[in-house]
Design a binder for this molecule. Structure first.
Ligand SMILES: [Zn+2]
Length: 371
């Protein structure tokens, strides 16, 4: 049987909430353990995008946290990721720079929102962690030191920016290359998030799921032929009516309030005031759907895989799926997705579950054969 043409890359942003809230055991360690054991039951491997900036804060504030929580969150994160790597999962680099100066005061985190966007950091150097080169190089070495004892030869090759904030991207691309990173997985075509903190607009991105070597001036654009340094493995996405992703029992809830995740942003509060008719119409309007294992409809997640697979026309095709353990609430739906995927794609040789280094090897070999 030839090597499967489709590499399914399951990824989790391994972190608590971006405002510092959330108990590490309850919102991170426990749901991740459940997600990993579901993956293992179906032969799937997970890539944990390990949020290094909050991990460094947990290490810095270790004693205060042990007093406040009765356990050591940094130690639990490191142990879980090491055990996952020893069982064949992978970890790659994720960072939310607002944690760089974080302090734990009176039982809560104080973050510096000035550093929300990775792309707002200066280019810098390895000695300055408040810079792109400093953040990426220190993050990469944190992960390599953590994992090499259990996974010899482990290399950190891939990065995902906190809150997807990699734009403008020229300095980020230069820094990623200077630090030896090969893959970015922050882009998701169609995603737009413009608010007081984030500046993300991926509507013009090159593709919904196929990777591209990035233009050195703009991560959403394809490089000139021959420039094969950094490539983007985008989070797979589609533009579809929201209604396709809901189960019947979610419908009444969706009609009662806004259909997007509940946040307390002014935008969602105004959406809550919309008429029933407007809300109904919105359900039928095509909008961005990220391929997210936390979506509460496993059958629909599988149909998205079938839809993406029909457009996989290259010798090696990645399909990157995202998820966040902190909002993982439908294990039975994720399991349904894994069961259908195993039966129809893995067992039939059409796809394999891969890690980023495995995918990169297969992708470059196929390029070399074509060259
Ligand atoms: Zn994140």
């Amino acid at each position: 049987m030839p090597d499967p043409a489709i590499h399914i890359l399951l990824t989790s942003d391994y972190e608590i909430f971006g405002d510092g809230s959330g108990d590490v055991r309850r919102v991170l360690i426990e749901p991740t353990a459940q997600i990993l054991s579901l993956c293992e039951a179906y032969g799937a491997r997970m890539t944990l995008f390990f949020e290094v900036a909050e991990y460094w804060a947990f290490v810095r504030e270790r004693e205060r946290l042990k007093n406040a929580l009765g356990y050591d969150p940094a130690a639990e994160m490191a142990r879980q990721v090491r055990e996952a790597a020893a069982r064949g999962h992978d970890a790659q680099l994720h960072a939310h720079p607002q944690w760089l100066d974080a302090e734990f005061v009176d039982g809560a985190w104080r973050l510096n929102m000035q550093w929300w966007r990775t792309s707002s950091l200066p280019f810098g150097d390895a000695d300055n962690v408040h810079s792109l080169v400093g953040l990426l190089s220190r993050g990469k070495s944190t992960l390599e030191q953590m994992l090499r004892p259990v996974a010899p030869g482990y290399e950190c090759l891939a990065f995902r920016a906190g809150a997807y904030c990699v734009q403008p991207s020229a300095d980020f691309i230069r820094a990623a290359l200077a630090c030896g990173l090969r893959i970015d997985s922050s882009v998701s075509k169609g995603l737009v998030k413009m608010d007081a903190l984030s500046q993300v607009d991926f509507r013009a991105a090159h593709h919904h799921h196929q990777p591209w070597y990035v233009d050195p001036g703009d991560i959403t654009r394809e490089a000139a032929p021959g420039d094969r340094r950094l490539f983007e493995a985008p989070i797979a996405s589609a533009e579809e009516p929201v209604i396709r992703h809901l189960r019947w029992r979610d419908l009444t809830r969706a009609l009662r309030r806004s259909t997007k995740q509940t946040t307390s942003s002014p935008a969602s509060r105004s959406a809550d005031r919309l008429s029933f008719g407007t809300r109904l119409a919105r359900l039928f309007t095509p909008s961005y759907v990220g391929w997210d294992y936390c979506l509460p409809n496993g059958r629909r997640l599988f149909r998205l895989l079938e839809q993406f697979a029909r457009a996989c026309d290259r010798p090696v095709n990645p399909l990157v799926m995202i998820g966040h353990p902190k909002v993982f609430q439908a294990p039975e739906e994720f399991e349904l997705f894994l069961r259908l995927t195993k039966r129809h794609f893995i067992d039939t040789g059409r796809a394999r579950f891969s890690t980023f280094p495995e995918f990169l090897r297969a992708f470059e070999q196929s390029h070399d054969r074509l060259a």
